[in-house]
Design a protein around this ligand. Structure first.
Ligand SMILES: [Ca+2]
Ligand SMILES: [Ca+2]
Ligand SMILES: [Ca+2]
Length: 332
């Protein structure tokens, strides 16, 4: 049974009375965690850094892309911003990557013939994909990991991939909105030490497949959360519960060290061709203005392959607070 906002408020009020009129910040934090009734596992505060930085930019600046671990109240350890295959998987070819001095002005200046082809079906169709992710993607075709993003955090880059496959086939993508403050879902930006960055993913494929609201998207890591009562989950038609954070603040702060984070376990076989994702929510579309790509050459120089090809930016329902999102689409 869902707990209504009124019930949460009533519980909070009773707990407040029990705790006295001026609860310490610890009591306040415990009260929030005790009252949380959703399906997520909750962590609070900064994660322990287990990998300092996955990526060094040879030519210019990049944000530190670390990996952290943080336990929840049950002792289960969560990897933030998400588990990934950056250090081991084949990297996508670069459309645009400043750190590697790959900065073509347009698609005409890209040597598409040199892009390696991942073969899934030897008698299949050869398909080229053009991908821009804020900040990081891992691309699976029929459950096979084809390529991962070459830059986990910043600078913003774009990628080109080729694969040979027979229809119908399944595209599955893990996208990560990376974070500087591991476990807190924030970065030092816009004058705030704890600014929640945003995500965004757009792709088109030479067989006409484009990202849009007919893709499916589910979040597995949502942060920062400063008041757990802003999280909600609702049922939809044939849907797994929508994991909503629309009532949570997206404002930056200089005091974000005690933020909560919501984690959900990713299914083991989420990328498999036969994984049943029919219950996942539909993806939410975002505009180029929402994502803020108008000043990003890694996007604008190839815009004909993105919005110009009919693709839309997609993510789960909250492009700011949802930081690990799984996407799926079946090409008929
Ligand atoms: Ca990237
Ligand atoms: Ca974010
Ligand atoms: Ca971002």
């Amino acid at each position: 049974m869902m707990t209504t906002n009124k019930q949460v408020f009533a519980l909070s009020f009773i707990t407040l009375l029990l705790a006295g009129c001026s609860p310490s910040s610890d009591v306040k934090a415990n009260r929030s965690l005790d009252d949380y009734k959703g399906s997520a596992s909750i962590t609070q505060g900064l994660a322990t850094t287990v990998k300092t930085n996955l990526f060094e930019c040879e030519n210019g600046r990049s944000r530190v892309a670390g990996i952290g671990e943080i336990p929840d109240a049950d002792g289960k350890v969560w990897t933030v911003p998400a588990q990934n295959h950056f250090t081991t998987a084949p990297k996508a070819a670069d459309l645009y990557e400043e750190c590697a001095n790959i900065t073509p002005n347009s698609i005409a200046d890209v040597d598409e013939d040199s892009v390696p082809v991942a073969v899934i079906d030897s008698d299949g169709e050869e398909i080229t994909g053009y991908i821009f992710a804020d900040n990081y993607f891992e691309l699976y075709i029929n459950g096979q990991l084809i390529a991962v993003d070459t830059v986990p955090f910043t600078p913003f880059n774009s990628s080109i991939v080729k694969f040979k496959v027979s229809k119908p086939y399944t595209i599955a993508v893990k996208v990560i909105d990376w974070e500087e403050n591991l476990g807190l879902g924030t970065e030092d930006n816009r004058g705030k030490a704890f600014h929640p960055g945003d995500g965004g993913f757009i792709a088109s494929f030479s067989d006409g497949t484009v990202t849009g609201s007919d893709w499916q998207a589910q979040t597995f890591y949502t942060a920062p959360i400063y008041d757990l009562s802003c999280l909600s989950e609702v049922d939809g038609d044939n849907l797994e519960k929508l994991r909503l954070s629309e009532n949570c603040t997206t404002e930056g702060t200089d005091n974000g060290e005690n933020a909560y984070a919501a984690h959900w376990e990713t299914p083991n076989n989420w990328m498999a061709k036969d994984f049943d994702a029919t219950s996942w929510p539909q993806a939410t579309e975002y505009s180029e203005d929402d994502i803020g790509v108008n000043n990003k050459k890694s996007y604008m120089n190839f815009i004909e392959k993105f919005s110009g090809a009919g693709a839309s930016f997609i993510w789960s329902t909250n492009v700011v607070l949802d930081n690990e999102v799984l996407l799926r689409y079946e090409v008929k």
